[in-house]
Every structure is written in structure tokens, then in C-alpha cells.
Design a protein around this ligand. Structure first.
Ligand code: AHR
Length: 488
């Protein structure tokens, strides 16, 4: 154990509200995320509609604010009409992306009910590969149309007279990914198809908020998308999965640091795009974007290679360790620090697939990452506070990683919430608070070591109150802390 000099924090108020939509989740027809996780008619834990109540209760506890569906890559083969109307007439299709059969018993209405049960905004992703712009617009009509047109009336005939009022629509998913099904794979093609989808969908409902596909690794793609689509682009989507690679335990943190560097340039491209004056033809017959373009990090997580077998073909059934939970806290800090530009973020995914919530037969349990997500959901709200520190670093063979990751916000209740993550395996850190603030309480998450993981019925994460010493915080190694501070 080494002793480090006290780490001092600088905190500064800002006028930047933190978007409530940073607590998003994502569910896809991938392995047993939806079928077998969210929805499992054979499970005794399910209600009469086949919805697993144990999973729903765990999801509710996280209070997601927005939920994305039905993919991901799967969106490229999804036809919404397969998942509406009477169950016995729903179409069973081969899941060409992730394997198995999709029986479509969890369709649009079931998704909307699930969102309502969670208190989350629905976010739908349209099929730009095997689907058409007209099909997407008809989905908009089915969801949002008032009575009196074919698909709005169809929704009513299915038992839902009130419009679902879905505001957030993703125009494709990772359309740059050449191995995926799809027609685009080049920005010009994407732009021309995306315009077609936009026209059909916006004419159906001009209030939609559209999310276009960005590429976190290709600035040229982003510039082109923003140059062309800026007048109608409410959000540009970026996905980020950190991995260990060959860089060992701290690999995902190095990967996150690289993403953070990228984010700075992505943000400046998006800010430019926001203010670009692109001509907009009034004959489009729907209004142009009125607010600044924001980022939607609509898939993020840690995705480590797993030994893949028949039951885990793509390494999606990931076992998350306490190290991964620390990474999750660092990612939440990243989202908070960029609150000015990030409007939406969705953890990928919510159940069983790269997930904080798992099922094991008829039992549901949580991974260590779950506790971190809950802690941030309980505290991260209000106005961003700038937070900097003089953290010591951890030297690794692949680069230095700061030992402390810190972020803060001013809570609507008036207190300040400080998020501290220690990445040290053995050294405690003494955090000196600025004189203007006094520590009121501090919730601390810890686990026995970096590699600890949960199994059904065994949770390695402990929650305690942290030690307080003369206005300082003693942060134990490998811990996440949410501190409540008041003005001194
Ligand atoms: O979340 C798993 C997959 O990762 C999604 O389907 C895809 O969008 C991404 O590449």
C-alpha cells in the first residue's frame, strides 16, 4: 500500500442542465434479452401476458428514463407488422442476425406497455435494410396517429384507442457497418435513404425527434451526415463498447479514455453541424430542427471477449465483474461531464445480453454493474458542476490511468452530488473537499476485489456509509462513492 498526498477537487457551477434521458436502456431481439428475459410465457415468474415480473421489478428499480427497441443490428430485419394484433396470428421468423426464432409476441403494444410500466420514454429504431420508408411511416401512423386513418384505426382495433405518442425514432442502426445487412454502408447512400425516411415519417408526424447514425470512429462520416441532414437532425448517434483487448485489467479504462478523447472532437463536429446554415426547402412541409443537435450515445457498455460456446455465441451473455462496475461508474461520469452535448444515452442492453439484469431459469439476479447504475440514477440530476482533481495515476504497460475519476452536479434539492470512483486496487485516497462545501453523507459501493462477480443468490457488492474526517472523504480502494455535500 502506498500513501498518496490528499487529492484536491475543484468544483464550479455551470448553467448546464443534465438531461434526464441519460438513464436509458436498450432491449433487442438478441439471444434471451427479450424472448426469455423480458418475456417468457413458460416462466412461473411471468404474468398472464408472459412478462417476467421479477425482471420487470429489477428494471423498475433502476427507473430507466428511455428504452430503445427492437435493435441494434436486429432492426435491419424487423417488420413491425409482425408484432401487432392477435397473438395467434403473429408471424414467427428466423432471427437471421442473432439466431433462433423470433415469435413476435413482444411487439409494439407490449413494448409501449413495458415502457409505461417503467416510466420510460419509448425509442424505436426503424429498419433501413429490408424495410422501406413507407413501412416506417406506417409504423409512425400506427403509434402516433389519431383515429380516422388505416393504421391508427388498426391500433384502436387492437385495443389501444389512445395514440402511443412515440417521440424518439432512430433512423437506422450502425448503417456504416459493412458486415451488417443493409443498403447504405457509405455516407452518401445513407444520406439519401435517410432523407427519404425523414420525409415519409415527418410528414406523418412533424413532432418526431430523429436520431441519425453517426460513427464514433469516422469523423468524415459524421461531417457528411451533419452537412446534409443538419436541418432535420435532432440527435446524432454514437455507440461505444470498451474492451479489455490485450491490455489487461485496465484495458477497458484505457479504451474509455480513448473514447473520451474522441468525444471531444465528435462534440466539436456536432456543434459545427448544429450551426451550419443548410438551405431548407419550405416545400418539405414540415418544420426544420429548432434546437441544437445533441449526441445520443444510444449503445454503450463494456464488452469483453468471452469464451464463446453454443450458449454464448457472440459473448453477449457477459459476466460482469466489480472491475466492470467501476468502469460503468467512469462511463456515467463521462456522460455527466458532457451533459452540455449528450442528450440521450442507452446502456446496451438491459436483460441477459451485456446486461445488469440476468435470468437463470426461473430466478432473476443482478450483476455488480446494476448497483452502480442505481446509485447514479438516485443522485445524478440537476445542473452539471465542473469537477477537476489532481489525481495520482496508475502506471500500466499500456499507459497511465488516473486513480480517481470524479464528476459532480447540483441537485434540484439544492445539495451537491459528487461521484468518486477509485481505480486503485489497494491504495485509499484522501479527497480534500473545497472549503465552500461540507460533507453531509456518503454512499459507498465496494466488492472484495476487482474480479468479484455475482451468481444467482450471491451478491458481492456491499453498500455502506463512507468515513468522514474533518470535511475530507477517505475513499477506499476500488470503490464508488456518491457524496451529498451542502454549502458551508
Ligand atoms: O448490443 C449488441 C449489438 O452491438 C447491437 O445489435 C449493435 O447495434 C451493436 O453493434
Amino acid at each position: 500500500m502506498t500513501s498518496h498526498p490528499p487529492v484536491s477537487l475543484q468544483l464550479r457551477e455551470t448553467a448546464t442542465p443534465v438531461s434526464p434521458l441519460l438513464f436509458g436502456h436498450f432491449i433487442e431481439f438478441a439471444e434471451n434479452c427479450i424472448d426469455g428475459g423480458i418475456c417468457d410465457p413458460k416462466s412461473p415468474a411471468s404474468d398472464e401476458h408472459g412478462i417476467r415480473q421479477d425482471v420487470l421489478a429489477l428494471a423498475k428499480n433502476l427507473r430507466p428514463t428511455i428504452l430503445r427497441f427492437p435493435g441494434g443490428t436486429f432492426a435491419n430485419i424487423y417488420h413491425w407488422m409482425d408484432g401487432v394484433g392477435p397473438m395467434d396470428a403473429r408471424r414467427r421468423r428466423k432471427n437471421l442476425i442473432w439466431g433462433g426464432i423470433t415469435d413476435n409476441r413482444f411487439g409494439t403494444a407490449e413494448f409501449i406497455s413495458y415502457c409505461r410500466a417503467l416510466g420510460a420514454e419509448p425509442m424505436l429504431c426503424v429498419n433501413m435494410a429490408s424495410g422501406t420508408a413507407q413501412e416506417a411511416a406506417e409504423w409512425v401512423e400506427y403509434c402516433n396517429g389519431e383515429a380516422g386513418t388505416h393504421y391508427a384505426d388498426l391500433r384502436a382495433a387492437h385495443g389501444y384507442p389512445e395514440p402511443f405518442r412515440v417521440r424518439y425514432w432512430c433512423i437506422g442502426n450502425e448503417s456504416y457497418a459493412e458486415p451488417d445487412l443493409g443498403a447504405q454502408h457509405d455516407p452518401d447512400r445513407y444520406i439519401s435513404d435517410a432523407w427519404e425516411f425523414t420525409k415519409h415519417m415527418k410528414l406523418m408526424d412533424p413532432t418526431l425527434k430523429l436520431i441519425f447514425v453517426g460513427n464514433s470512429e469516422d469523423p468524415a462520416w459524421n461531417r457528411k451526415i451533419l452537412e446534409a441532414l443538419s436541418p432535420v437532425c435532432d440527435y446524432i448517434s454514437f455507440h461505444h463498447y470498451s474492451g479489455e483487448g490485450s491490455r489487461g485489467t485496465y484495458g477497458p479504462f484505457l479504451s474509455l479514455m480513448e473514447f473520451r478523447e474522441n468525444l471531444v472532437s465528435l462534440i466539436s463536429t456536432v456543434r459545427d453541424g448544429s450551426h451550419r446554415s443548410v438551405p431548407f426547402n419550405p416545400w418539405y412541409r414540415f418544420p426544420r430542427r429548432a434546437e441544437d443537435i445533441r449526441l445520443a450515445i444510444d449503445e454503450w457498455n463494456i464488452w469483453n471477449p468471452m469464451p464463446s460456446g453454443d450458449n454464448n455465441r457472440y459473448g453477449l451473455r457477459t459476466v460482469y465483474t466489480w472491475r466492470d462496475a467501476l468502469w460503468t461508474a467512469c462511463m456515467m461520469n463521462t456522460l455527466l461531464r458532457h451533459a452540455q452535448d449528450i442528450g440521450i444515452a442507452n446502456l446496451a442492453q438491459m436483460v441477459n445480453v451485456l446486461s445488469p439484469i440476468m435470468t437463470d431459469g426461473d430466478r432473476a439476479y443482478v450483476q455488480p454493474t446494476y448497483h452502480v447504475l442505481k446509485l447514479y440514477r438516485d443522485h445524478m440530476e440537476g445542473m452539471l458542476m465542473e469537477c477537476t482533481s489532481d489525481s495520482p495515476v496508475i502506471h500500466t504497460a499500456s499507459g497511465d490511468v488516473p486513480m480517481l475519476d470524479a464528476a459532480a452536479c447540483r441537485h434540484p434539492g439544492g445539495t451537491l452530488r459528487l461521484f468518486l470512483v477509485s481505480l486503485s486496487k489497494e491504495d485509499p485516497l484522501m479527497i480534500s473537499l473545497p472549503e465552500a462545501f461540507r460533507l453531509r453523507e456518503c454512499t459507498l459501493l465496494q466488492a472484495p476485489d476487482f474480479d468479484a462477480f455475482n451468481t444467482p443468490g450471491r451478491d458481492v457488492v456491499s453498500t455502506t456509509q463512507g468515513s468522514v474526517s474533518g470535511g475530507d472523504i477517505i475513499l477506499p480502494p476500488a470503490a464508488v462513492c456518491a457524496a451529498v455535500l451542502e454549502d458551508a
